[in-house]
Write a protein that binds this ligand. Structure first.
Ligand code: SF4
Length: 74
């Protein structure tokens, strides 16, 4: 299942909907990847690219409830 293509990002982020308190920090840090849903919880709206990787890492480090984590594809 799933063939990794060379050049594509091997990592993506995910938000744990149960942990997220909707503070908005991740959306402020990286609006290209994180988006606030109608339920007031953040979600990942775009795949992580090389350009947004460091911003996503910042969001992970800044999340007060550590709801964001990397998803690593094998
Ligand atoms: S920083 Fe964490 S708690 Fe705040 S909106 Fe993003 S995922 Fe939710």
């Amino acid at each position: 299942m799933g063939i990794n293509r060379k050049g594509s990002a091997d990592m993506n982020a995910t938000v744990d909907q149960y942990l997220c308190i909707g503070c908005g920090a991740c959306v402020a840090l990286c609006p290209r990847v994180f988006r606030m849903g109608e339920d007031g919880k953040s979600g990942v709206s775009q795949a992580v690219t090389e350009e947004t990787l460091s911003q996503v890492q910042e969001a992970i480090d800044s999340c007060p409830v550590t709801a964001i984590s990397w998803l690593e594809h094998e």
